[in-house]
Design a protein. Structure first.
Length: 212
């Protein structure tokens, strides 16, 4: 089950928290919840965007290991240093009632599992046409996740957010350098007014800007 969407197209999933020791705790979620969302992405053609699952990084929630289990099998769960989870799209895991298990150091009550629409890949420079195409694909995917009839009551996204690994990334819009703080948001109105944008490094994440 999903809560209300947050800024930048981020959704928080409800999770079951199971204490396994005083030092480490296990977060267990039914695989079917991930499968149903991934199915929405795979049944349509979204060439520029994808659905990403992650555990937001906090001092109280650091992943130490993970697995996907069924009654008879155990598979490794792949994740990054930024705690993005790579969940396979597998009908068999759904049929076998798989569980996604994440062992965290800290207090599992402080953890959350997040779902975010993101660009499949990021670039050091974009034209206006490329940004508008990204915006359209993000909007279409969010519509698919909303489903009938809520997608007809959802307002379009407000633009695009760029997140960088460093705070001193150089950002140049139409040959004019912009201030940088590790994140840049461009409204749809701003995108429609620019010609091209360049960064000194590729953004780590490119996601929708959602202000409502």
């Amino acid at each position: 089950m999903f809560n209300r969407p947050l800024r930048h197209g981020l959704f928080i999933l409800s999770a079951a928290f199971v204490a396994s020791s005083s030092v480490a705790e296990t977060v267990s979620l039914e695989y079917v919840g991930f499968y149903d969302r991934l199915k929405q992405v795979n049944k349509q053609n979204y060439p520029l965007v994808e659905l990403a699952f992650s555990v937001p990084v906090t001092t109280d929630c650091t992943i130490t290991s993970g697995s996907i289990t069924t009654e008879n099998q155990t598979y490794p769960l792949t994740y990054t240093d930024q705690q993005r989870l790579y969940i396979p799209y597998d009908a068999q895991l759904k049929s076998d009632r798989g569980l996604v298990n994440i062992v965290v150091a800290g207090n599992a009550d402080q953890c959350a599992i997040a779902m975010q629409v993101r660009a499949r890949s990021t670039q050091q420079q974009y034209t206006q046409a490329e940004l508008l195409a990204l915006n359209i694909d993000m909007d279409r995917l969010l519509d698919g996740l909303q489903g009938f009839p809520m997608k007809y009551f959802r307002k379009p996204i407000d633009g695009i957010t760029f997140e960088f690994l460093t705070a001193d990334t150089t950002i140049i819009i139409d040959d004019v350098q912009q201030p940088s703080s590790g994140k840049l948001t461009l409204s749809l109105e701003q995108i429609n007014q620019l010609t091209h944008i360049t960064f000194s490094e590729k953004p780590n994440v490119v996601s929708p800007l959602v202000n409502h």
